[in-house]
Ligand binder design. Structure first.
Ligand SMILES: [Zn+2]
Length: 422
């Protein structure tokens, strides 16, 4: 069990709030939320300033929230790694923005970035006919005219990539996210004329908001095209990504592997290394080491300029829901990128019966690759509480006292955002 260590804790303004939970939590050590969506409820943004969490990584997902994320970052964003690392004590909660396009909205793009593929949409053609051609090609179960009419005119993927490149270049702390693959989701039905006036104006448009689901999914091949373009952008600019993966664990691994193919790290066994080093054979271990682990290799150096590559330098699999076997697949020492696994109460422990799998996966997750998140759509006390709870659960499984877990995860978070320096 996690337990307080009796450290001195500076009072926080919210300590007098009667609604706050009284359970002790070392907020002063800096709780870092690796993935959340406060811009879905813009009225909650004002509460970020009084939150106890230290950092929120705020995701954009669709057309309606890209500008909102950048406006919140302009108000609450950190400017550099130093702002995160050198801050001590009770610093007001700050944010790091992530710009990306979620797989739930991937049908809204037509692919014009991959010349080898036939485009599903010709911008010089008749718009209604081209729109029908596009949505019929990228959605499963042929959509009818009414459903197609409820969808926006498709946009060129290259245009979004260019806009996102500009946003990233304007903010050196920004990430790419939320991106990914989702085999399970279906598109919601369009708003019907009776329901539309009743929608909650406080919610950022574009989400499901309780609408009935249609039978249509976005074909995985199309989701992969949209995902790959964003992964390549992150690789070009050296930014970390936050990835959503529901039911597509094997497919996601294949997409990532296809991008880092040819860039794998050479794996040198301990035995080989000792033979080279000492001129003598050592049978004590055949454990494989990468160049990085052997201390000779390519950890990022502060002085070294980033070399663009086709895959992101750091990846967070957010609210990781795969098995411990799939997680181990990502620990292959030849993989040339840092892979982090993040966990939330909202996804990983929201239902009865999830604990055993959670404990097994957390047990398999390397201590230095573990992150936590709320994945919530509203900032404020609920987000703090959800974050405190997932810290407690993770610490419980790992056998860490809470202060140790906070410190480890804060370091992991900093390395995820900015890289592991020598
Ligand atoms: Zn999310």
């Amino acid at each position: 069990m996690c337990s307080p260590t009796g450290e001195q804790v500076q009072p926080h303004p919210a300590d007098n709030d009667e609604n706050e939970s009284n359970a002790w939590f070392p907020w002063h050590l800096g709780a870092c939320d690796a993935h959340c969506h406060p811009t879905d409820t813009m009225a909650s943004i004002a509460s970020i300033a009084s939150m106890r969490a230290r950092m929120l990584t705020i995701m954009a997902t669709r057309s309606e929230d890209q500008d909102l994320v950048s406006s919140v970052a302009a108000q609450h964003g950190i400017k550099s790694r130093a702002d995160l690392v050198e801050a001590t004590g009770h610093i007001p909660c700050q944010v790091v923005p992530a710009y990306g396009w979620h797989p739930w909205f991937s049908h809204q793009f037509y692919a014009d970035t991959d010349t080898a593929k036939e485009s599903t949409f010709d911008p010089s053609g008749e718009i209604e006919a081209e729109k029908t051609k596009h949505y019929t090609a990228v959605l499963s179960s042929t959509p009818d005219a009414a459903f197609i009419a409820s969808l926006p005119n498709p946009r060129p993927l290259s245009q979004f990539i260019a806009e996102t490149r500009e946003r990233l270049l304007a903010d050196p702390t920004a990430l790419v996210g939320e991106i990914g693959l989702d085999k399970a989701f279906r598109l919601p039905q369009g708003w019907d004329t009776n329901e539309a006036p009743k929608r909650d104006e406080g919610l950022t448009p574009g989400g499901r908001e309780g609408r009935k689901l249609s039978p249509h999914r976005v074909k995985i091949s199309h989701q992969e095209t949209v995902l790959k373009a964003q992964l390549r952008l992150a690789g070009e600019l050296g930014r970390p990504v936050s990835i959503h993966d529901v039911g597509a664990h094997g497919g996601l691994f294949d997409v990532l592997s296809s991008l880092w193919k040819g860039f794998e790290k050479p794996v040198i066994s301990r035995r080989q290394r000792r033979m080279v080093a000492e001129g003598a054979e050592d049978f004590s271990s055949d454990e494989d080491l990468t160049d990085d682990e052997s201390g000779k290799g390519k950890k990022q150096s502060k002085a070294e300029p980033y070399q663009p590559r086709p895959y992101p330098p750091r990846i967070c699999l957010h609210s990781y829901s795969g098995s411990s076997e799939t997680l181990r697949q990502y620990l292959d020492p030849s993989i040339p990128t840092q892979i982090y696994f993040s966990f939330s109460m909202a996804v990983n422990l929201s239902k009865d019966g999830q604990w055993d799998k959670f404990a097994e996966v957390i047990g398999a997750c390397p201590d230095n690759k573990l992150l936590v998140e709320s994945d919530l759509h509203v900032a404020g006390g609920q987000m703090d509480e959800s974050l405190a709870q997932i810290y407690r659960e993770v610490c419980n499984v790992k056998g860490w006292v809470l202060t140790e877990g906070m410190e480890r995860i804060r370091k992991n978070y900093e390395e995820y955002l900015f890289g592991i320096f020598d």
